[in-house]
Design a protein around this ligand. Structure first.
Ligand SMILES: [Zn+2]
Length: 229
């Protein structure tokens, strides 16, 4: 068992992976809600991304997790489904545009180890939620850990200044314990950093990813607004 308030590792400079094949799909119907429950970043949406925050939903379903986006109270960029869901083993859910500032860490929360202790972490981070009750009797599936690592590797390739991979618990230890003591942080870190783990080259996924990225860029151009929400 690990201590979630210690979970962090930093990505080494100049060794980002190439051609990471991220299997993701938009959560059905979520885009209009995601746009309401997010805002423009105050930093460059590519160069300003410094951190990925790892969360657990403290629930047992993807639909429960996205309800906070639908109610406009919180948001995050990806959701990794639970093992009893159809999407498990297939794809992560995209739940907010990467270019936008999602609401997954309190504005006042920060840690000196993460981007020099800057607060307003949402401005410079991406958030991944994993469907898990956050209790030790609900183990993470191997695929959930692998998929979370794959998202981080995808981000590492895409965002040149990304460095800090950290738990929500470390950023906000008095209020949060996610992703929990039972999350296999050391194994996760090795999956992210192991250069041999690049997935098999599947031309179908290459095409799908290029199409998805084009669609996302278009949405960002259409929907990014100048107002802070
Ligand atoms: Zn969290």
């Amino acid at each position: 068992m690990g201590n979630p308030v210690t979970y962090q590792f930093n990505l080494p400079a100049d060794s980002a992976p190439e051609n990471v094949q991220l299997h993701e799909e938009w959560y059905p119907g979520i885009i209009p809600y995601a746009l309401t429950a997010s805002a423009m970043r105050s930093v460059d949406p590519i160069l300003g991304v410094r951190a990925v925050v790892i969360h657990a939903t403290a629930g047992s379903s993807s639909s429960g997790a996205v309800s906070v986006i639908k109610s406009g109270t919180a948001s995050f960029h990806w959701l990794v489904p639970d093992e009893n869901e159809a999407a498990h083993g297939v794809a992560a859910w995209a739940t907010c545009h990467e270019a936008r500032r999602a609401w997954h860490v309190r504005n006042s929360a920060s840690h000196p180890d993460v981007y020099h202790g800057e607060n307003r972490v949402n401005d410079y981070s991406l958030g991944i939620e994993i469907v898990n009750t956050c209790e030790p009797n609900d183990p993470y599936s191997q695929w959930q850990v692998e998929q979370t690592a794959e998202i981080v590797r995808y981000c590492w390739e895409k965002y040149p200044n990304l460095k800090y991979i950290v738990s929500h618990a470390k950023l906000d230890p008095t209020r949060r314990k996610d992703p929990g003591s039972h999350f296999p942080w050391d194994q996760f870190r090795e999956m992210v950093l192991d250069a041999s783990r690049i997935r098999r080259n599947d031309p179908a996924y290459e095409v799908a990813r290029a199409t998805q990225n084009a669609a996302k860029i278009k949405e960002q151009i259409i929907f990014d607004d100048p107002e802070e929400r």
